[in-house]
Design a protein around this ligand. Structure first.
Ligand code: F3S
Length: 424
């Protein structure tokens, strides 16, 4: 790999042994993927995927300590993925015991380390760090050192920033050293599409199902999606961005997509159009029947497939303000129609702490609380990782949560029917 004199000097230890090791790690990582050089990280902030103080992560705490002691902290402040615990989220005595004793017992300690390393602010814990309320929103063309898959795919596709699907810890190393390896999605060539997706549905496709279908088909390739603008428009307004957030997270978790282009909508597709499509690209047509096939293919892994849901999670990735408000309106109307005052299934909406703070200033927050919905900053996946929580029948409209846990997927409309107690 080509290195500049400055990079060689860091590697040779001119800035200390710790920085030299960080540089070695980033170089080795890049070499594995055939990177030809290192390029500067240009975003204002970084984002870290490792946000949880899991008892078993001893080596991570040791590494962080070494970095702090050597003063090898990043010039970039950073946000981090969501916290794994929130007192507001329902749990029983035993589940709570497991969380605090065996799982996230190092949370406070680890958060202390993150603050020393440069956490943006005390509450900068969310996977949707690019939301306006949070403020970690890269510019088009920015080079990032992120690894949270849902944030990487959003930054690449919706914001036009450039980032590979890095792994945890490599994210902070790239930020500390100020360089990332030049390969894959940070290159012009790596951003070209090898799949054309033709949307031929008769109604707006469910974002989470469409993302799942595309993710499973193209796996880690770049898709160019045609025909979606007829359903979500040709402007990146709040509704379109929210749709793409959920769509992208499903692509990134049901497959390993790090970038997609939507014809006539996402920045690079608007600028470069079909010249982004590589010669010989494969074609995948998605119609109503294909989405139904995907939905029907999801396995039900509950012990009792007919069990009554004990908990519902919405907001993986974290909800936007627009989602919180529209869900409040829809739920209120559905409960009224079903002659109920409160949700029929304990329900948790998850969002970024900064969005939660702003939401609580609105009348919507009171209305949602009255209906019995908890709004939390938790990561539902980290909640479900507790074996006793994993045994519970939990429902969600998140395809990421469905993929990684025992939670059962339903469309937004089906979730609404269940939590509003509709009798069919
Ligand atoms: Fe975010 Fe946790 Fe889901 S990090 S995308 S809420 S799994």
């Amino acid at each position: 790999m080509f290195l500049t004199d400055e990079q060689k000097a860091i590697l040779d230890g001119e800035k200390g042994e710790t920085l030299s090791k960080v540089m070695q790690s980033v170089i080795r990582y890049g070499e594995l993927f055939g990177a030809d050089k290192l390029i500067p990280v240009t975003s204002k902030y970084n984002h870290l995927v490792t946000s949880f103080g899991l008892k078993a992560l001893g080596p991570v705490y040791e590494l962080m300590n070494q970095l702090i002691e050597a003063g090898a902290v990043s010039g970039q402040k950073f946000s981090a993925d969501p916290r794994p615990l929130d007192k507001k989220v329902p749990k029983n005595f035993l589940q709570n015991f497991i969380f605090n004793k065996f799982m996230y017992s190092r949370q406070d300690f680890y958060e202390g380390q993150l603050q020393k390393l440069g956490l943006m602010e005390k509450d900068a814990f969310t996977c949707a760090c690019y939301l306006d309320e949070v403020g970690n929103k890269p510019e088009k063309g920015d080079i990032l050192s992120w690894s949270e898959s849902s944030a990487v795919v959003y930054a690449n596709s919706v914001l036009g920033a450039r980032c590979n699907r890095n792994s945890g810890i490599i994210d902070i190393m790239g930020s500390i050293i100020g360089y990332v390896p030049h390969f894959g999605l940070v290159t012009d060539e790596g951003r070209k599409a090898t799949w054309i997706i033709e949307i031929k549905t008769t109604r707006k496709p469910e974002a989470q199902l469409l993302g799942s279908a595309i993710g499973m088909k193209v796996v880690e390739d770049v898709p160019y999606i045609k025909g979606l603008d007829q359903w979500i428009g040709s402007e990146l307004d709040d509704a379109a961005c929210t749709y793409l957030k959920d769509f992208g997270a499903a692509c990134a978790s049901n497959g390993a997509v790090g970038l997609y282009h939507v014809d006539n909508l996402t920045p690079e597709a608007k600028e470069l159009g079909e010249s982004l499509i590589k010669e010989g690209a494969q074609v995948y047509v998605i119609d109503d029947a294909e989405l139904q096939r995907i939905y029907d293919s999801y396995p039900v892994i509950w012990k009792d497939a007919d069990a009554k849901p004990k908990l519902c999670f919405l907001g993986c990735p974290h909800m936007t303000m627009e989602q919180l408000k529209s869900w409040t309106d829809r739920l209120e109307a559905a409960l009224k129609a079903n002659k109920h005052k409160k949700v029929a299934v304990p329900t948790v909406f998850t969002t970024a702490p900064a969005v939660l703070k702003a939401f609580e200033q609105t009348d919507y927050a009171k209305r949602l609380k009255k209906m019995g919905v908890v709004v939390s900053y938790i990561c539902p996946l980290m909640y479900m990782n507790n074996p006793l929580c994993g045994k519970m029948p939990v429902i969600t409209s998140s395809n990421k949560l469905r993929t990684y846990t025992t939670a059962r997927y339903y469309t937004d409309d089906e979730i609404l029917a269940q939590i509003s107690g509709r009798k069919d």
